[in-house]
Design a protein around this ligand. Structure first.
Ligand code: ADP
Length: 436
């Protein structure tokens, strides 16, 4: 599917860019034709000016006319020194009655109207550029001068341009094709990646939902088959538990889909949030006989962020810490360093094996599926936490040693004091055992 889309995109890019390239080449050629002809015309004009370098000659028909001359014997009129450099094919001077007075080069047999201006014509199989100019002196028209030169220099220049274009255009279009293919690949890659991620996510989510649905169905069928009211109650209780678990999974999935859509214009007092979370989790730790340690800075630390999303991220880390720790301590700390706010969740629990560490932030990844399911985990908590932190331009890192414990560290850009709302916070560092 993506290869077909890439091909289509390449074709369209090639068509548009190729057309622009071809039109540009055509325009270049037309401009060049015009430029070369203009150059030749100017040269002809300059030579006409040189020939008519003075006036005063008798232009009336004379029995000895037409007189043939050589370019070397120029000027026709006057006595200035001339330098005719071009390859003139012919030059003809007509009087006002179009009688030929003087000429150089071959004579044309046909009688034509003599019209001032430039024209391109074929003479004895050779393409010529001809110019006709009126000869005027003291406001009086003496006749017309007709000059013609071969178009060979123009044709040579244009042939070269045609050659360059005929080689350059296909090569250019080919290059455009290659570039378009590469560009289409670059454009398609993120789309392909997000499509693959979406596919994987849908597959994982349906897989996770399939087993509780199957369990609910079998519990219901067994409950319907049995006549014992106690067993039916037990099965209904199990169905309720499974439905609750499914509800949690669906909530996590919804959170995962929406947690990276943070609008970016709220501010969060992390000191207050951490205090609040400490109050919430301390009893949980106490219930398991764990030490609870809390470290807070003197000042209130603010970040750009949505409080509820950040609460969710830290909650996921704290509930994991409590869940995967049976003895020892759980510590929550907040500090700041080099413009970053650091939130640390440390536990002395079972830790994560080194081989699993690179994958723990993947969606639906569980180190030990059986144990995680037993503790109600779907392998989404860390993925959600990471997604939230990244949406807040922060990082989430983990250091863990099996059977020794884990430390999760969130870094978020500290909001400059000028932008943060001042909120005094008293220095607090506490370490106490919260046994039940
Ligand atoms: P779950 O909801 O299944 O716990 P998480 O995404 O929160 O999913 O965690 C992924 C896996 O990482 C878990 O299966 C668990 O094995 C491991 N894990 C996460 N936090 C800790 C921790 N503090 N101590 C030990 N293992 C942890």
């Amino acid at each position: 599917m993506f290869t077909r889309s890439r091909k289509h995109l390449t074709q369209w890019l090639m068509l548009t860019m190729g057309s622009v390239f071809v039109v540009f080449g055509g325009l270049l050629y037309v401009v060049e034709v015009d430029r070369e002809l203009h150059k030749l015309d100017q040269q002809l004009y300059r030579e006409a000016e040189l020939m008519i370098s003075s006036s005063g000659a008798d232009s009336s028909p004379n029995p000895t006319y037409p007189v043939q001359f050589e370019v070397k014997t120029l000027p026709l009129l006057g006595g200035k020194t001339l330098s005719i450099t071009s390859d003139l094919v012919y030059a003809r001077w007509y009087d006002t009655n179009n009688h030929l007075l003087m000429f150089f080069g071959p004579l044309s047999g046909d009688r034509r109207d003599i019209q001032p201006g430039y024209t391109t014509l074929v003479h004895e199989g050779q393409r010529l550029r001809q110019m006709t100019v009126p000869i005027e002196s003291e406001g009086q028209t003496l006749g017309h001068l007709e000059l013609a030169t071969a178009l060979v220099p123009v044709e040579t220049a244009l042939n070269q341009i045609r050659l360059v274009l005929s080689v350059g255009l296909p090569v250019g279009v080919g290059l455009i094709g290659l570039l378009s293919w590469w560009f289409a690949g670059q454009v398609m890659r993120p789309i392909q990646l997000s499509y693959q991620r979406l596919e994987q996510f849908s597959a994982d989510a349906s897989h996770e939902l399939r087993s509780p649905v199957a369990s609910i169905l079998s519990q219901a069928e067994l409950g319907l088959m049995t006549a014992s009211p106690q067993e039916q109650v037990a099965r209904l209780q199990r169905i309720a538990e499974l439905a609750q678990s499914m509800g949690r999974l669906i909530n996590s999935l919804l959170l995962l889909v929406s947690s990276d859509r943070w609008s970016g214009n709220q501010r969060c007092n992390l000191t207050a949030l951490i205090k609040d979370l400490s109050r919430e989790f301390q009893p949980q730790a106490a219930a398991k006989g764990l030490w609870w340690r809390l470290e807070l800075p003197q000042a209130a630390l603010w970040v750009n962020g949505e409080t509820e999303l950040l609460r969710q991220a830290i909650t996921n880390l704290l509930s994991n810490a409590c869940r995967y720790t049976t003895t020892g301590e759980v510590a929550l700390s907040l500090s700041h360093r080099l413009g970053q706010v650091i939130v640390t969740v440390h536990d002395s629990g079972i830790g994560i094996p080194a081989a699993d560490l690179p994958h723990v932030f993947d969606r639906f990844y569980r180190v030990d599926k059986a144990r995680s399911r037993h503790t109600g985990g779907f392998g989404l908590g860390l993925a959600i936490a990471q997604q939230i932190v990244q949406a807040h331009h922060g990082t989430l890192q983990v250091v863990s040693t099996e059977n020794q414990g884990s430390t999760f560290t969130i870094s978020l850009p500290l909001l400059p004091p000028a932008l943060a709302q001042p909120q005094p916070a008293s220095p607090q560092t506490s370490a106490y055992k919260t046994s039940s």
